[in-house]
Design a protein around this ligand. Structure first.
Ligand code: XUL
Length: 535
């Protein structure tokens, strides 16, 4: 790094995702920046005593997906111990921000506020949180069990259109409002004992600051409870969801708010400095920053546990078809999003079914033609969010299900065509796609993406864009708090940039093939869904 007047500062980003907790530290001075530390803790592997699979607790009902929030707390303790032992000069740590899987909710009783403020640094965190939860589990974004509550909330709000116009989305089962309603109806005593309902983001920020932390609009807009235009709780949505809900929810503050400093627990336990803690946000809004998507008119496609397509919007134009969402963006604008539940797990299912590794998966894509001779798959190995398919079922046409190579192409093309068709409502004339997530290391998958969207695809350097985005949000908020605001384009410069030479151009000759296949997929989707979803 160059010689500068200001010493280089460190910014920590954390990402509490479905399957892991990741930390990234960036070093920033006046003219250079670099990732200087990265570490990930896998919940299943590193914290096996919680018994999760892919970060989720086993459940009898396949529609239910819950995780133990105390596991996230233990993970934070472990990861921050590692950050402290990394050899970095943490006296230069200026700020921490976080990213979390969206929609999940954590239920705390009235003792939580005082207990969080008086944690004993001589003891590990998790045992000290026993007795704080009014509900031992947190429903997460993969849960599809609140259909009845979605209908009730929609009715009480005067219909799906009004709810979507006000909050950015019609009612979705994984959204926090319907989940809270389900909890209130099924476990009224526990609901009554609940003093504060956090999202995963504000829960983690509360642990860091040692007191109840607020929410940011990026995450709060994933609840069906927030007025998207004013960033305030909507009184009639609160009413439609559960009694006395307003007093149980955190306040909403702008995404770049400093919500506290690192609590004395972390200072005493791991020797962290009293750095600023910035409001945590959802993983999708953090990914926008981590892939440099700070201006309207571009798309990010993230291939992770869920696959998502995101765009930045200057105005909140909600999706009239009811499939997509508009959330708050951490830049103060709006984030258009469609989420596909059958992401990496669907790709892995096909890979494993034919006993392949990822190299063989790529080879299968290379050995098969674009368009797969008309073969198609709707890859709904699990109930799907986009489109709304409550019962799992994989559907194929013109495809030999015993043909491994054709099935590999069919799952990838099926996913990309679904992403293309269901993101048209965003109105983004896509020229460039910022691709992120583990599967983007596979250039053959990126080629299908480029061809289907007829756009150049650029791969982003850090597999965990959400975590990098959190670190960059920490930088942005720290400068803002110092009265030295930084434009977003400067914040992302030098870090949230595509891998050199990674651009994948669309093959013009494949455009027509995919237009035809998209129409064929739309028709298949319509037929399967009107026949009653899964088989
Ligand atoms: C978005 C969604 C998922 C989760 C994954 O609405 O449900 O992308 O945020 O962590």
């Amino acid at each position: 790094m160059g010689t500068t007047l200001n010493p280089p500062m460190l910014y920590l980003g954390l990402d509490c995702s479905t399957q892991s907790l990741t930390a990234i530290v960036i070093e920033v001075d006046d003219d250079a920046r670099a990732v200087v530390y990265e570490r990930s803790l896998d919940f299943d592997v590193d914290l096996p005593h919680y018994g999760t699979r892919h970060g989720v607790l086993p459940a009898d009902d396949p529609r239910v997906a819950v995780s133990p929030p105390i596991m996230w707390a233990e993970a934070l303790d472990r990861v921050l111990a590692d950050v402290a032992a990394s050899g970095l000069d943490l006296s230069r740590l200026a700020a921490i921000a976080g990213s979390a899987q969206q929609h999940g909710s954590v239920y705390l009783n009235a003792s939580a506020g005082a207990r969080l403020a008086t944690l004993d640094p001589a003891q590990p965190l998790a045992p000290q949180l026993e007795g704080l939860f009014s509900r031992p589990v947190a429903p997460i974004w993969m849960d599809v069990s609140a259909d009845e509550e979605c209908r009730e909330i929609t009715r009480a709000m005067g219909g799906a259109d009004r709810l979507a116009t006000l909050t950015g989305s019609r009612a979705f089962e994984r959204f926090t409002g319907p989940q809270i309603r389900k909890f209130f109806k099924r476990e009224p005593d526990r609901y009554a004992a609940t003093d504060r309902i956090h999202m995963v983001s504000s829960f983690m920020a509360s642990l860091l600051t040692g007191g109840h932390a607020p929410l940011d609009p990026g995450d709060a807009s994933g609840m069906n409870l927030m007025d998207l235009l004013t960033n305030r709780w909507l009184p009639d949505a609160l009413e439609a969801t559960a009694p006395d809900l307003g007093r149980r929810l955190p306040p909403i503050v702008s995404s770049w708010s400093v919500v506290g400093t690192v609590a004395s627990y972390w200072q005493g336990r791991h020797g962290l400095p009293p750095a600023r803690v910035v409001a945590w946000s959802g993983d999708n809004s953090c990914s926008l920053i981590g892939t440099g998507l700070v201006r309207p008119g571009q798309l990010t496609v993230s291939l992770g546990t869920s696959d998502t397509v995101c765009g930045v919007m200057a105005r909140p134009d909600v999706d009239r078809s009811g499939i997509g969402h508009v959330f708050g963006a951490p830049t103060g604008e709006f984030l258009a999003l469609v989420c596909f539940r059958n992401g990496s797990l669907a790709r892995e299912r096909v890979r494993d079914q034919f006993g392949l590794d990822w190299d063989a998966f790529s080879a299968a894509l290379r050995s098969t033609p674009a368009g797969n001779h008309g073969g198609l798959m709707l890859p709904w190995f699990e109930p799907e969010i986009t489109p709304d398919v409550p019962v799992a079922g994989v559907h194929v046409v013109d495809l030999d299900p015993a043909d491994g190579a054709a099935s590999v192409r069919a799952v990838v093309e099926g996913q990309m065509l679904g992403m293309f068709r269901h993101s048209r409502w965003m109105g983004v004339e896509t020229q460039v796609i910022h691709a992120t997530g583990g599967a983007t290391v596979n250039r053959e998958i990126l080629q299908v993406m480029a061809d289907v969207f007829d756009a150049e695809v650029r791969q982003f350097i850090v597999a965990n864009a959400a975590c990098l985005g959190a670190a960059l949000r920490a930088l942005h908020a720290d400068r803002e708090a110092d009265g030295r605001p930084m434009a977003w384009t400067d914040v992302v410069k030098g870090l949230a940039e595509p891998v050199a030479g990674s651009a994948v151009e669309p093959v013009a000759a494949n455009g027509g093939t995919y237009r035809e296949l998209a129409a064929k997929q739309a028709e298949l989707e319509r037929r399967v869904r009107s026949a009653g979803s899964g088989t």
